[in-house]
Design a protein around this ligand. Structure first.
Ligand code: DP6
Length: 318
């Protein structure tokens, strides 16, 4: 049995979105982002040494779905870049899998790349008898594979601002993410492609300023425990990012018809009861509803009572 290393990393959901990146490679974001880490949605990566002369290979972990060819290649390319950077010459079998179902529409590069970076550096440090790099350093390495993955190294909240990454102070109670799964199919436009395409939107010019402003306001809302204010900022940011998509040349969109019904439900809830979740949507149709853990059952009951369809729900705590 050859030597093995196994680590896992969580996914995260951004309230202030990383959308737009520099041309030079390395995933240099054009704006700061803020996320909540999703402790229950994880990717596990296992690495084992292959005999000399073999090539690196990828397989799903037992019980996990296979990756698409492009995703496998992206994963292996990144791993090979890390090996080169660290002068590692052995060949490895990489195996990975998510602990959430592949049809949940949650598949994200964040947990995969964070888990790969963590496992790779654990293996490299042992093989080279070197101490493991700090979480900050690993996060910045992981960022070069997939930008959003750098935020998965910190919890429950994480701010990524250029080369800085940190946990902002928060007085909010523990939140849970209720994901309303509306369509779990593969995206027509990947988030990596979206980063390039949004630059053609006439709204892109003010994007950095708007997100910097929202970041400052979000940090104050977190620090003072102002949940409602954070919900307002997150809602504005949701529309900001999706408006970039809708005004690109050519335009593109991710919403399913039911996406709007869920957003309308959340608007009504806040209006009628002055109570509700934080809502946000990534480059996909599913709506993430963040709610204090103690209010989760109440929210699920309201959804069941008000929606005219029955979506799947997946929940994760921070
Ligand atoms: C909409 O991290 O997937 O989820 O750096 O090209 O891998 P790459 O992009 P990725 O972009 C995430 C975009 C987003 C918003 C966010 O998570 O901040």
């Amino acid at each position: 049995m050859s030597k093995q290393w196994k680590e896992s990393a969580p996914s995260n959901i951004a309230l202030i979105k990383y959308m737009g990146k520099g041309e030079g490679g390395g995933n240099v974001a054009t704006n700061p982002s803020l996320s909540m880490t999703l402790a229950n949605f994880r990717t596990t990566v296992e690495l084992s040494l292959l005999p000399e002369g073999s090539d690196d290979a990828w397989d799903p972990l037992p019980g996990s779905a296979p990756l698409r060819r492009e995703s496998t290649q992206r994963f292996l390319d990144f791993f090979q870049r890390l090996k080169k950077q660290e002068s590692i010459h052995q060949a490895f079998l990489l195996r990975s899998g998510n602990n959430f179902p592949s049809d949940a529409g949650l598949a994200s590069s964040a947990s995969s790349f964070a888990a790969l970076t963590k496992t790779a550096y654990t293996a490299f440090s042992e093989l080279q008898s070197k101490p493991l790099a700090s979480a900050e350093k690993l996060a910045m390495i992981s960022r070069t594979g997939s930008g959003s993955s750098c935020r998965s190294f910190f919890s429950p909240w994480c701010v990524w601002e250029g080369e800085k990454i940190f946990v902002p102070p928060s007085k909010l109670p523990e939140l849970e993410d209720v994901v309303v799964v509306l369509d779990a199919g593969f995206k027509k436009v990947s988030s990596s492609q979206a980063h390039t395409r949004v630059k053609s939107s006439p709204l892109f010019a003010g994007r950095t300023d708007r997100s910097v402003q929202r970041m400052q306001e979000s940090l104050s809302a977190l620090a003072s425990g102002d949940f409602k204010r954070l919900a307002e900022i997150s809602y504005a940011e949701l529309w900001d990012m999706h408006s970039l998509f809708h005004t690109s040349t050519p335009p593109f969109f991710y919403f399913a018809p039911e996406t709007l019904s869920v957003l309308r439900f959340v608007e009504d809830l806040w209006e009628k009861e002055n109570w509700g979740p934080i809502s946000t949507i990534d480059a996909g149709p599913n709506v993430h509803l963040l709610i204090p853990a103690g209010d989760k059952e109440k929210l699920l009951a309201k959804l069941q009572e008000n929606l005219k369809f029955t979506p799947k729900y997946f929940t994760s705590r921070a």
